[in-house]
Design a protein around this ligand. Structure first.
Ligand SMILES: O=C(O)CCC(=O)C(=O)O
Length: 262
């Protein structure tokens, strides 16, 4: 398996910014197989981010997660001796989906604390016109735990969850105060490029304002060394695993270790 080029630089950027762009991580074969698998899911009729956890069933997504080098890449970027799988998700922002995905962090939605990483893999060319992801640079390191919230099918804010949980604070209005923050995006992702980002990095996605250009993203969520199982009934139930004790390393049961360094 090939190593991520310029690994030290990649690791430093990820640690500093909470997100790093990796170029060309998919072979053409995986790109084609994932595109077809995404289209087969999307044809079932749900919208935008309703397609989750495909990797738990036999098929292309499971094969990619279990047999490709993605687990090793995650371990390399996070500088971890192991990687386990949390779940996977399709983000198909089709032409004309003008809604911006609201600013959020991912970690509060999953039964895990400690370091986790998403690999968001572009299956189409991605740019600001068809739905580039935006990030608040370095926000993963602020230590702020933002209250999870429910969204509509297009990612728009509906209402907060866990309102009584004192561990959380309400999220600032990043959109209204953009100039107060170091917000950035990458102008172009080619199919097969990936964004690796921390579960605490504040991010959103632009709308797809084009009338013809699809924007299919395949996101896989991983845990790495230091991550522990922290179930919270109100929000994370769909990812619970009774075989894991709260506080135990986030590895095993439903969440297989897919990479372990020798
Ligand atoms: O791809 C998108 O539109 C949003 C992705 C996102 O928010 C995520 O992966 O957490």
């Amino acid at each position: 398996m090939t190593k991520t080029p310029d690994l030290k630089k990649v690791q430093d950027t990820y640690a500093r910014d909470g997100v790093v762009l990796l170029r060309d991580i998919l072979s053409n074969e995986w790109l084609n197989r994932l595109r077809h698998a995404v289209d087969a899911e999307v044809a079932k009729g749900d919208r935008y981010f309703a397609y989750k956890n495909m990797r738990e069933k036999p098929g292309v997504f499971q094969d990619y997660c279990l047999t490709s080098d993605i687990g090793q890449r995650v371990a390399e970027v996070a500088d971890s001796p192991w990687t386990s799988l949390i779940y996977d998700q399709i983000f198909a922002k089709e032409p004309g989906t003008a809604t911006q995905t609201g600013w959020h962090t991912d970690q509060p939605y999953w039964p895990v604390s400690g370091p986790i990483m998403t690999m968001w893999i572009a299956l189409d060319p991605v740019d600001p016109d068809n739905g580039a992801l935006e990030f608040v640079r370095g926000s993963h390191a602020w230590g702020a735990k933002y209250r999870p919230f429910k969204t509509d099918q297009l990612g728009g804010f509906l209402h907060y969850l866990e309102e009584g949980n004192p561990d959380y604070v309400d999220m600032p209005d990043f959109e209204a105060q953009r100039s107060d923050y170091d917000i950035f995006h990458h102008d172009y992702m080619a199919p097969g490029d990936a964004l690796a980002f921390d579960g605490m990095t504040v991010h959103s996605a632009m709308g797809n304002r084009t009338s013809t250009r699809r924007r299919r993203g395949y996101a896989i969520r991983f845990a790495v060394q230091g991550a522990t199982y922290e179930p919270r009934d109100a929000v994370t139930e769909w990812l619970h695993d009774a075989s894991l004790q709260p506080g135990a390393p986030f590895a095993g049961g439903r969440f297989p270790v897919i990479y372990q360094s020798a």
